[in-house]
Design a protein around this ligand. Sequence first.
Ligand code: F3S
Length: 407
Amino acid sequence: MYLTDEEKAMLEGAQGEGVRKAMEIVTALGTVYGAERLVPIEHAHVAGVSFKNLGDAGLEFLRNWALQGAWARVPATLNPAGLDLSRWRELGFPEEFAKRQRAVSSAFAALGLEPIYTCTPYHVGFIPEKGQHIAWSESSAVLYANSVLGARTNREGGPGALAAAIVGRTAAYGLHLDENRRPTHIVEVKCRLETPSDYGLLGYLIGTEIPGGVVYLRGKTLGSATETHLKALGAALATGSSISLFHVEGVTPEADECAPSGDLPVMPIETLDEARKAFGTEPLDIDLVWLGCPHVSREELVHIAGLLEGKELATALWITTAKSIRDWATGQGILETIEASGARVVADTCVVVAPVEQMGVKTMMTNSRKGAYFAPAHAHLQVRYGSLEQCIKVAVTGRWEGGDETT
Ligand code: F3S
């Protein structure tokens, strides 16, 4: 792999052991994937932030790297942590877990990362431009950056994204290169899609049929897809497949230049019914309703506030988002409207990376395909899936009744 003189010096330790280690990781990844050079990046986003996933060994690893002089040389944000860093006590997070998570936050601060804990950095001002190279390691954010914004990132691992932040570069392979951004499969969508949950089901269906590559979606109904719809589509696609880029005809920024050519496999989608049935449908008492996977935007929060206004909830409802969005909602009076119902706007974390099983949660309903996929394995929850409106209805009654609620 070609390295500039500065990059060679970094690899030889001229800028200290912490930078040397980071350059070793970045070049090793480049060698594995056949990169010919490195590219400078504008931003990094690092996943693997919850103490629940890192444990003491991960915490020690971060501390040591900081002690070796590693420091992010480009702006770098963090994925959700294991708790709400300012309201954890009020929300019932365990004290000992909070202590460990705060130690993780200190370790990331010592590495120069921004104390911004969200899987939607693009909702809080980190919006890469079309063609810009970045190193992001949250799969739903990777899909959004590549597909909706036209930026360029591979699906990095947490340590890889952190190493890229420290050297300000990543290896030029995969989706950093023009030739790998062209579609490999066409998806013809023939059914109506209305809600973000419908787009989540669409992503689920595609991901179960097409394990990897770049998909090009066509279909009349897709013309009115909003960024919220595409966010749900990308998050769901990322769970079941290694797909990290999609184009939507007439909608996404590279759809024209990447219009399909040649004989590509075509997947027709006539209905979402089978995808709905893939989730449990039997009646269930629900301990927690979860909205905000991926973290909600300001617009989504306003919409949810409208649906919750004047309601009284029978079960816990968490809406997860970035802290700056909650702060904004507080200033607008939106938080008050939401929380008067009994719901809570929870910042910095999400159900999958929080220790919810230690907090007595056993059953959950969500409008997120990704949340429904990961919560059973990561938080040992029984899960039901439905639209935003169905989730709020269940929060009011405390029970998923099944039957025709599934359609
Ligand atoms: Fe974000 Fe957690 Fe979902 S990191 S995409 S809210 S699983």
